[in-house]
Design a protein around this ligand. Structure first.
Ligand code: PMP
Length: 358
């Protein structure tokens, strides 16, 4: 066949590939572009992964990952039937989009928010409607119509890092009782308020979290949803229709140990929140406007220099950040909060750029 691309289905042709932040193949840049945690995972998680590798790799994993469901249930005071684990929260979100949204009834999400939501929509032929953020980049749930095909809220939002108080989400849940409210809490552990405690009272609330950020396990690919058992059954149904082993043995063992190591988790996330404030002050001194962040990244724009110039200046100094330039938001950089030496390297590289002075 001269051109195997002719074999592509219309669906495959229509998909626009998601481009995550650059993952360098070599070298050791200061990598502040994909919101990874600069610190290693809990030593107990690494030990559990090693033990699992030694003990049982010959055998299939538990398709239900019950140990992990139980660990999440203990953490949040829910039952294991209220927990759905998956291969990264991206997979959990994909299953949720497939299970709860449909083509004729647009789900609502913000503009801007996590760029993967429209990707799931096109993958599953779903319709959606975007609602712009307010002038100050806040998400105004009071403007969301109560009749809708579902609502997706990233809290804190990405890429702005701004968070809604749980009470505002609850006020929305009070008047939005007929469709799914999906709250993506990928960054919640860096100072925002989780709505997991509300799942017992709102059967249409599904909360998704990840171990990629606050638990430093992006490489292990573990996320989970918490919600009413009937929502979890729908997710299990979608999962079982094409992949009944979402999590391997290493992931289950490492995730359980990481969730149980509360002391390490608290130490690392507080360290990152402290670094975030120092980084914010440094950026402000250099002439950046920085949005208030409750995540492990800052969303910032310089008063005079274009983002492209800053990003490429940093790149030539081996520092990676993510640039966003969209009509509704303007010219921003999203900068992951790294270790203190990484943040200092960033600030001194910025200070060395021509025309940066605040
Ligand atoms: N939600 C949001 C808002 C994110 O930024 C990310 C990470 N890019 C994810 C979900 C997915 O994270 P993961 O698949 O690593 O759990």
């Amino acid at each position: 066949m001269d051109d195997p691309q002719r074999l592509w289905s219309p669906k495959a042709r229509g998909l626009v590939p998601y481009v995550p932040g650059e993952q360098p193949k070599s070298g050791h840049p200061v990598k502040l572009n994909t919101n990874e945690n600069p610190y290693p995972p809990s030593p107990r998680a690494l030990e559990a992964i090693r033990e699992a590798a030694d003990a049982g790799m010959r055998l299939y994993p538990d398709p239900d990952a019950l140990r992990l469901r139980e660990a999440v249930a203990r953490l949040y005071g829910v039952t294991p039937e209220m927990v759905f684990p998956g291969n990264g929260s991206d997979e959990v979100l994909a299953h949720a989009f497939c299970a709860f949204f449909s083509p004729g009834h647009p789900f609502l999400c913000a503009d801007v928010t996590y760029s993967f939501y429209p990707v799931y929509a096109s993958l599953y032929d779903l319709s959606y409607r975007v609602l712009p953020l307010a002038e100050d980049f806040s998400l105004r749930l009071e403007d969301y119509p109560a009749t809708n095909g579902g609502v997706v809220i990233a809290n804190p939002n990405a890429p702005t890092g701004m968070a809604l108080p749980a009470a505002e989400i609850e006020a929305f849940l009070q008047r939005n009782r007929e469709s799914l409210v999906l709250v993506d809490e990928a960054y919640v552990d860096f100072g925002a308020e989780s709505v997991v405690p509300l799942v017992a009272r709102y059967p249409n609330l599904l909360v998704v979290q990840t171990l990629s950020k606050s638990r430093s396990l992006a490489g292990l690919r573990v996320g989970f949803a918490v919600g009413n058992p009937s929502l979890i059954s729908a997710l299990d149904r979608v999962k079982n229709s094409f992949n009944s082993y979402p999590l391997d043995r290493l992931a289950i063992a490492g995730a359980v140990a990481a969730l149980e190591d509360r002391e390490y988790f608290d130490r690392i996330r507080h360290r990152i929140m402290e670094s975030r404030e120092r980084l914010r002050e440094g950026l402000v001194r250099l002439g950046f406007e920085v949005l208030p962040s409750r995540a492990n990244f800052l969303f910032a724009r310089h008063r005079t220099l274009p983002g492209q110039e800053i990003a490429s200046g940093l790149r030539s100094r081996e520092i990676l950040v993510r640039r966003f330039d969209r009509p509704r938001i303007g010219d921003f950089l999203r900068i992951t909060v790294g270790s203190d030496p990484e943040c200092e390297a960033l600030l001194s590289a910025l200070a060395s750029l021509p025309n940066i002075s605040g």
